[in-house]
Design a protein around this ligand. Structure first.
Ligand code: AMP
Length: 591
């Protein structure tokens, strides 16, 4: 591809001199926003991509979700934005409406100190009205799905004649969803002088061809994965959605037999917030981040060494090189942004010949990062389940017994209380066991000793992590994004039963599988894995989808339009009467 291919090597920075955002050449107002968000150092893909983009190079970045690729392209675009230009300067193409909204939110966060920057999400399913009026008022950055962007281009409602930056985000996903033609048309019909950044988790031949055809001498950036982990550290992971992380951690703290623990989070701000939550739950926890002065850091580390402190909530930077034998557990509360950091993190445990435990929280959309970690470290992580109320109660009862045993060993103090209790038993005529139970009530206070089975009410650990606060916030212009407005993204686990659904568009409407997948995925929050076969008939189509689609998803899909026609999605009652040969057998083209 290019003679100047580049391999981002996170290992180089971990050796000591950590790179910083300050040295990358970004606009000071963008740097200020990064400080607010709490990022300490650029991720590997950011450190390599940002200077290249700022220098005006086209870039092909091999990176997946969770590596920080959004900031890798958003920060240089924002740093060079001309706010006085009223036609769109930057266009980001994303495979799904969900990703488009996330990218918009990221742009808005990083643009917090830039005046008057307008970012517009454009995706199918949303009314044209909002998009048109925003476009008329003037937009600097458009983030959209290829299909809807094409619609606007065909209608003449989106002027890309002065486009300076084009980003293809998750290019391989866009192709899988059947958007290849649209993507190529957009690449071909926008100014030749524009700068292009293409990000993809994989590099199939089609993407290589597109990049050779439309990009100018691109710099290819790959994050190097050369890592090994210690064999005496047991590595496990727990699938958990963002809002459930605190409760999950609390349960783990209850049942795991830990001595000292480091809990890794992604941002400085989060270190203090989480440490505070843990202290409120009765644990001795402290936060360290790059902001904590050296003397305070040393003091905290000494407390951890001596056992005055059991839990340290830390960022990658703050915990680098930390060497404390007592650390029996590392918890990746947030997954790291690259595999090298993962290895550094878990290297904090299993020290001095001891065994260690590493537990990683993985949100459903981070599964790919998990696979990357497993591949890079060449060791599979074992999935664990959230400890149940029963597990927690078993440990609580054991601890309760242990406390009694320990107190009984304090013979002098026991002797002093024995007379007082004897006096009470005699004068109130109450069995000694009841008095002991009453004293336990006094000692326990208002907090129940045991969890109840209701505490195990079905946990939705298959949910997306979109509630994550740093992804939150409203998207200006769209007028749509309110909590709960987006369809919950759901993914079909292996073995989920499929059912046949019927939609009222077919060959007559010239519908293609990619349009069906695109519309249903975007509107219903479905992922590609949710789709079975698609069979396009003259007047209707049959689509295989999970049999257990929730009612709200069904309702939303019923009202979806494809090629302007209401699709009226409903379970296909005719399927059972049709012959086997008639059943949808054709796989969608996008697979
Ligand atoms: P992305 O790969 O762009 O989806 O980013 C994954 C997550 O990493 C997002 O929650 C970002 O807010 C976060 N992130 C991006 N860059 C950094 C950084 N340099 N330091 C810490 N967190 C980051």
């Amino acid at each position: 591809m290019s003679s100047s291919d580049h391999t981002a090597d996170p290992g180089a920075e971990s050796a000591g001199e950590l790179s910083s955002f300050d040295s990358l050449g970004l606009d000071p107002r963008v740097l200020k926003a990064l400080k607010d968000v709490g990022y300490e150092t650029p991720s590997a893909i950011q450190a390599a991509t940002i200077p290249a983009l700022l220098a005006g190079r086209d870039v092909v970045g091999l990176a997946q979700t969770g590596t920080g690729k959004t900031a890798a392209f958003a920060l240089p675009v924002l740093s060079r934005l001309d706010v006085s230009q009223t036609t769109p300067q930057a266009l980001v193409l994303a495979p799904t409406r969900e990703l488009a909204l996330q990218v918009c939110e990221a742009f808005e966060r990083y643009a917090a100190h830039l005046r008057g920057v307008h970012v517009l999400p454009v995706y199918g399913g949303q009314g044209y009205g909002v998009q048109l009026s925003a476009l008329r008022r003037g937009v600097h950055i458009v983030v959209g799905t290829p299909g809807r962007i094409m619609d606007h281009l065909e209608k003449g409602t989106l002027d890309l004649s002065e486009l300076k930056y084009l980003v293809l985000d998750e290019a391989d996903e866009m192709l899988k969803m059947g958007f290849a033609e649209d993507v190529e048309t957009i690449l071909a019909d926008t100014p030749g002088s524009k700068q292009v950044a293409l990000f993809s988790a994989t590099m199939p031949a089609q993407i290589r061809r597109i990049s050779q055809k439309y990009l100018h001498d691109p710099e290819e950036i790959t994050v190097k994965n050369k890592t090994t982990t210690s064999a005496n550290t047991a590595q496990r992971y727990l699938v958990v959605s963002y809002p459930q992380k605190v409760d999950a951690l609390t349960r783990i703290l209850e049942v795991e037999n830990f001595e000292g623990m480091i809990v890794f989070v992604r941002t400085k701000n989060e270190t203090e917030l989480l440490a505070e939550k843990l202290r409120a739950r009765g644990y001795t926890a402290a936060a360290i981040s790059g902001d904590v002065v050296q003397t305070q850091r040393e003091k905290t580390v000494n407390q951890l060494k001596s056992g005055k402190l059991d839990i340290l909530v830390a960022t990658d930077v703050a915990a680098r090189g930390l060497d404390v034998d007592r650390i029996s557990h590392v918890v990746n509360y947030d997954l790291p942004i690259d595999t090298e950091s993962y290895v550094h993190r878990i290297g904090r445990t299993g020290r001095a010949g001891r065994s260690g435990d590493a537990i990683s929280f993985v949100t459903p959309r981070e599964r790919r990062m998990l696979t990357a970690i497993e591949k890079a470290t060449r060791s599979p992580l074992k999935q664990m389940q959230l400890p149940t109320a029963e597990d927690v109660n078993a440990t609580r009862l054991t601890r309760f017994d242990d406390q009694i045993t320990a107190a009984l060993e304090q013979s002098e103090r026991i002797a002093r209380f024995r007379d007082i209790i004897g006096h009470y038993v005699e004068h109130h005529n109450v069995p000694e066991a009841d008095v002991a139970a009453a004293l336990a009530v006094v000692a326990q206070g208002e907090t129940p000793l045991l969890l109840s089975p209701e505490d195990d009410r079905p946990q939705r650990f298959d949910r997306d992590d979109r509630e994550r606060p740093d992804r939150g916030g409203r998207v200006r212009e769209s007028g749509r994004r309110e909590d709960g407005d987006r369809p919950e993204r759901r993914s079909r686990g292996a073995g989920t039963a499929l059912a046949t659904y019927r939609i009222d568009v077919g060959r007559r409407q010239r519908v293609e599988p990619r349009q069906i997948v695109g519309a249903l995925a975007n509107e219903g929050g479905l992922s590609r894995e949710d789709f079975g076969g698609i069979d396009i008939r003259p007047d209707f189509s049959l689509v295989e989808l999970p049999a257990d689609l929730p009612t709200d998803v069904l309702d939303r899909l019923r009202g979806t339009r494809i090629s302007g026609k209401l699709i009226q999605l409903r379970p296909d009652r005719g399927a059972t009467q049709r012959s086997g040969a008639d059943r949808p057998a054709r796989k969608p083209r996008h697979r």
